[in-house]
Design a protein around this ligand. Structure first.
Ligand code: UTP
Length: 444
């Protein structure tokens, strides 16, 4: 059997799908370019792409609908106030620690995104974020994983999801950094799937005469990527029960926080979420809510201005549980959903600038054109969970995402948050040492 798909078969499939414009430069392509294009197009799921284009771009229902269903605020564990709540938190932390000591928890970092808003040349994880020492995002997470291994005397495996766009660069970076001292056998890197972007007419965009423009299929692609890559099977073979999911852009993420692990485990939850309190209703972060009693994250744009401004009698915002994009996932849950042929997360569409071949001068650099990218979101898996929990965290301690090059959620704000946390921790350590020695805390 040939390792290359038959170009004629692939061209016929594209033509049948109404997408044969991807072959419009075929006559001028060199042999190697033809092979590459045929292989790339052969991997496209045309029925899926055409359905998404119809439903989300060209069709009459393509405009974003308001959530259909009864929307209510979520149930969230806030900071403990009563003795019973404090006891529950203690029990949860103990449970989380015992799972870590027993080697039942793995860390799962999703780093397949394009990071277009940050505009950094390279995988976002290679961005130097630490204020003084300049350690990168990857380095900070690796240091945390190493520290966990020491504390609990059990190494915590780290799974890193990349995408075709940044996989090689990510691997090179980790290898160049000698895996930051972590044992390579405890690390696993795998790619998520890619999807083509389409134009206003639902036609797949070519970025060059011999290449379709694709983008990663969203962080929701992480569940199927775990299964397809074999990482999930490895976890199950190794006796791992829980996955701590976090995103590469939050340097404050308290990776494998035992309290969160324990709350999730005590509740027998399939999937759990950390939330930060939204103080400004206009903050552009998805809100955890319940839709017809089922936990769900509603995007800022879908929640609507009126609902996002609703307040409880005590004046607090009703929909204030901002999704911090930190989750616990039960390994068995990921296995259950990904082995169900009927399981699918919904796709969302984003209109973004895409590189498109210049038809008048195909050899010239691509032009920027408006295109539509399709993505799945991991939080949509919440509705498949039989049980869930949500834990409110202190934003100053655990949440400072790096999204934009400047302004809000930028390296500047994340560095300020890291520095402030460092100062608080140093002060707390001094105070604790003072208390232990009986000396008064603070400067002499
Ligand atoms: P964002 O939604 O912020 O997207 O990702 P992004 O691609 O990093 O950045 P922009 O929108 O292009 O500026 C949140 C987290 O989800 C991961 C990212 O790597 C980041 O950790 N992600 C996102 C994936 O792993 N895969 C994706 O397809 C999308």
């Amino acid at each position: 059997m040939s390792a290359f798909p038959d170009p004629e078969v692939v061209r016929r499939a594209a033509a049948e799908a109404g997408q044969d414009q991807v072959f419009r430069f075929w006559p001028r392509l060199a042999q190697a370019e033809r092979r590459a294009l045929a292989a790339q197009v052969a991997a496209i799921d045309f029925p899926l792409v055409n359905r998404l284009a119809r439903e989300l771009v060209t069709g009459p229902a393509a405009r974003k609908a308001a959530p259909a269903g009864r929307v209510e605020p979520p149930v969230v564990f806030g900071m403990p106030r009563t003795g019973a709540e404090r006891a529950l938190f203690r029990e949860a932390r103990d449970r989380g620690e015992s799972l870590l000591r027993a080697g039942r928890v793995a860390a799962f970092l999703v780093a397949g995104g394009q990071g277009t808003r940050l505009g950094f040349d390279g995988p976002k994880g290679c961005f130097p974020i630490e204020p003084a020492a300049g350690r990168t995002l990857f380095h900070l997470f690796a240091a945390r994983i190493a520290a966990l291994g020491k504390t609990y005397r059990r190494p915590v495996p780290l799974l890193v999801m990349t995408s075709e766009e940044n996989h090689d660069a990510t691997l090179r970076f980790w290898a160049d950094q000698r895996y930051f001292g972590l044992p390579p056998w405890n690390l696993s890197f795998f790619r998520q799937d890619m999807l083509p972007a389409v134009d206003d007419a639902g036609k797949i965009i070519l970025e060059s005469p011999g290449r379709v423009h694709t983008s990663p299929n969203g962080h929701g692609g992480s569940l199927s990527a775990l299964a397809k890559s074999g990482a999930l099977a490895d976890l199950m073979r190794g006796g791992f029960e829980e996955l701590f999911y976090f995103q590469v852009d939050n340097p404050l993420a308290e990776v494998c926080d035992p309290l969160f692990i324990g709350m999730h485990a005590l509740a027998g939850a399939d999937m759990s979420t950390k939330v930060v309190k939204k103080t400004d209703p206009a903050e552009r972060v998805g809100a955890l809510a319940r839709m017809d009693t089922v936990p769900t994250v509603i995007e800022y744009s879908e929640l609507g201005e009126d609902r996002s401004r609703l307040r409880a009698p005590d004046g607090s915002l009703l929909y204030c549980a901002g999704n911090a994009a930190i989750h616990m996932l039960r390994v068995e849950f990921v296995h259950r959903v990904t082995s169900d042929p009927a399981f699918a997360l919904p796709y969302h569409v984003a209109k973004k600038q895409c590189p498109a071949v210049n038809d008048l001068d195909p050899a010239a650099p691509p032009l920027a054109t408006a295109g539509y990218k399709f993505e799945m979101f991991v939080f949509d898996a919440l509705r498949h969970a039989r049980a869930t929990t949500a834990l409110e965290i202190d934003r100053a301690e655990e949440f400072a995402p790096v999204k934009n090059a400047t302004g809000v959620d930028s390296p500047a704000t994340a560095r300020a948050a890291l520095a402030a946390r460092e100062r608080r921790r140093a002060a707390a350590a001094v105070a604790a040492a003072g208390a232990a020695s009986g000396a008064p805390a603070g400067p002499a």
